[in-house]
Design a protein around this ligand. Sequence first.
Ligand code: UDP
Ligand code: MG
Length: 312
Amino acid sequence: MEKKLLSIVVPIFNEENNILPLYHELIAICQSLQHFDEYEIVMVNDGSKDASLSILKDLAAHDVHIKIISFARNFGHEQATFAGIMHTKGDAVVLIDADRQDPPELILEFEKEFINGYHVVYGQRTKRLNESWLKKLTSYLFYPIFKWLTGVDMPRNVGDFCMISRKVVELLKQFNERVIFVRGLIYWLGLPKKAVPFVRRARGSGRSKYNYTKLVIFALENIVSFSTVPIYAIIFISLFLIMLCCLGTAAALCMHLYGYVVMTGWTSLIICMLFSFATTLFFLGIIGLYIGKVFQEVKGRPLFIIDELINI
Ligand code: UDP
Ligand code: MG
């Protein structure tokens, strides 16, 4: 029987104090896997400036399960995760952060659901220890807004901690985009998914690499990269303003005819200004639509994702 391989991808940026404890936890878990006979751990060093790389090299020298991808500089969490996924060989791939916020023992729960046929098994945070209320609030708001604007059914309170099937990995290889939002793409595919609840631990050591400015940029970039709804919003706002101008003009004409003039010229001036603003906005929206189309064409995402083919 063919041996089953599990790949684990760990993005790492300045995590010198977390690597060894995480490694020991992961090894213990990998040795108690039921469905998988072999494992590999792909550590992606995202331009760390501390001792992370030398610790990784030491590990790799003693353990063939450890594979290292080391970036020339810091390219970002998403890029590191994507690079790791692209270099895996496993029948399933686990994504886990290096900071020990994601409990490795959950991988055994992921394995059970994976055997049940789910392509994406994800950890859903029921509680987040040691995170500020602002971070909790921003992530609470991000998921519904993202879902509403993009139509992608990305579950709430979910990070990158998940297990994906080889099929998902092969599909991700078809994506050509430069702005990579791994989680967004995984849920964009729409393949069967299953949540496994867990309590997110506090960071093992060090600080989060995401400050609030980075988080806002991250949210905006990803929404824009997945959705043209904001362009339609511009068009709808401009149409609403144009309608308001027409009503205003009609009202001003009636007032003029019945002699209710408060200040000569004021109403017509305001209506003209609002009208030219609204039409400019409308034309901008139309240009935006063309840019949106170019954007979608350039990304060249697959037109559809097939879950099953029956009698074909
Ligand atoms: N990370 C990375 N490159 C970066 C920032 C972060 O590879 O530029 C890694 C980091 O080492 C950790 C994971 O991505 O393993 C998540 O980062 P972090 O804990 O800072 O994010 P948070 O959990 O606060 O969202
Ligand atoms: Mg973290």
